[in-house]
Design a binder for this molecule. Structure first.
Ligand SMILES: [Zn+2]
Length: 253
């Protein structure tokens, strides 16, 4: 590859790759549902060991506030506000002083939340749970009102899902809720534009491996009960970071 083209490529990749940041999407831990997104406690703890060893763990707000950091950063996000979060996940995170983000569909609060894939009704957080979590440092984000596929929602329904969920959460928590999570990971250009009117950032599921420059289309790595997949993902990001940094160092000599 001619040097100029290589330089262009690296210049394009480096702002993202040099960070090696990752946002992880979790659902349940030790809830006994059998769902692939319900991780055994031991597996979750092993992931936390690996993450704390290699990453600086922070909230999404911290990640977005500083576009670059000396160490790769990881953000742990949890979807759907199951009571499982306050009963199982939060005590583990608090013991290890690990920050996290919880995305709440306000229509589930005080009632039940549908288990991923199986659709079984699981107990959801109450507003008191959410207030306690927020006081413990958990960043609370909105996951809409009714967990709808927003791509299929009318313009009016879309606006209402975005606006009302933020309003209710901010009223109940007494703090700002600047971040959104697309329900069912469904997003397109129209949904993204509308979301940008109401929120400073929004996360999706899956997507490209690097955090792009689009604050309303932040990709996340969906964590499944599959140990074989988690570690290579973590390693591959660091590998890319290190490989590119060493390339650049060589060219600068
Ligand atoms: Zn969800």
């Amino acid at each position: 590859m001619p040097l100029k083209r290589s330089l262009n490529l690296v210049q394009r990749l480096l702002p993202e790759a040099s960070r090696g940041d990752v946002v992880l999407a979790y659902h349940l831990v030790g809830a006994g549902t059998g769902a692939v997104v319900d991780l055994p406690v031991r597996e979750f703890e092993r992931q936390l060991d690996l993450l704390t060893e290699r990453f600086h763990l922070c909230t999404l707000k911290d990640l977005l506030a500083a576009p670059a950091a000396p160490q790769p950063r990881a953000v742990l996000t949890f979807d759907d506000a199951y009571a499982n979060f306050v009963e199982v996940v939060l005590p583990i995170l608090e013991r290890r002083r690990i920050p996290s983000v919880l995305y709440v569909p306000i229509g589930f609060v005080q009632g039940t939340a549908k288990a991923p894939l199986t659709g079984a009704a699981l107990p959801a957080c109450t507003f008191a749970d959410l207030r306690a979590a927020a006081s413990a440092g958990v960043e609370i984000g909105s996951h809409g009102v009714n967990h709808l596929n927003l791509r299929r929602a009318s313009d009016a329904a879309l606006t209402e899902e975005l606006r009302r969920s933020r309003e209710v959460l901010e009223q109940e928590l007494g703090r700002a809720v600047p971040s959104f999570c697309y329900p069912q990971a469904k997003v397109d250009a129209r949904v993204e534009r509308a979301t940008a009117v109401h929120y400073e950032s929004a996360v999706a599921a899956g997507g490209r491996r690097h955090l792009g420059g689009r604050p309303h289309r932040i990709p996340r790595f969906p964590v499944r009960r599959d140990e074989a997949r988690f570690e290579p993902m973590i390693r591959s990001r660091l590998w890319l970071t290190e490989a590119l940094a060493s390339e650049v160092r060589q060219w600068r000599r």
